[in-house]
Design a protein around this ligand. Structure first.
Ligand code: HEC
Length: 120
């Protein structure tokens, strides 16, 4: 009985590991994977799907370029992820979780920023 249960668990685990997409090499594609992995779409609409607790990110690169005077779109997006409270978009609450990128390798953070920057 225990043995059968163990076999079932091993099988489920194997399928789970096999189902995980291999990390994409190209930054924008990798950024899309990171966005999905961190479940950003729970609160943000992008690529035709997602929630609306936070701003729609369909044109985030264009919006980001105008949010704060003297801050580039890239720097603004990076800061939005690392320090969500630094600037709160008017009309929204300061509820974006802190530390979303805490365990992210720097290359994945760069990819996430590249993915958002591709949304002009
Ligand atoms: C629990 C909901 C929630 C989650 C999860 C969340 N955010 Fe947000 N986000 C918000 C809210 C609300 C705002 C607007 C308030 C503010 O500026 O902090 C926001 C603002 C932003 C902005 C600025 C948008 C603009 O138009 O200026 C960016 C970029 C952003 N989030 C990216 C992300 C990314 C990337 C993730 C995943 C790593 C993520 N968010 C996860 C709620 C969330």
């Amino acid at each position: 009985m225990m043995r059968r249960l163990l076999l079932v668990c091993v099988a489920i685990l194997a399928v789970g590991v096999a189902c995980e997409e291999p990390p994409a090499k190209e930054p924008v594609a990798r950024g899309r994977q990171v966005f999905r992995k961190l479940d950003c779409a729970r609160c943000h609409f992008i690529d035709g799907q997602g929630g609306h607790i936070g701003p729609d990110l369909t044109h985030v690169a264009t919006n980001a370029a105008t949010r704060r005077e003297g801050v580039s779109a890239e720097d603004y997006i990076r800061q939005s992820i690392l320090d969500p409270g630094a600037y709160v978009v008017p009309g929204y609450n300061d509820v974006m979780p802190r530390g979303l990128a805490r365990n992210l390798p720097p290359s994945d953070l760069d990819a996430l920023v590249a993915y958002l920057l591709a949304h002009k």
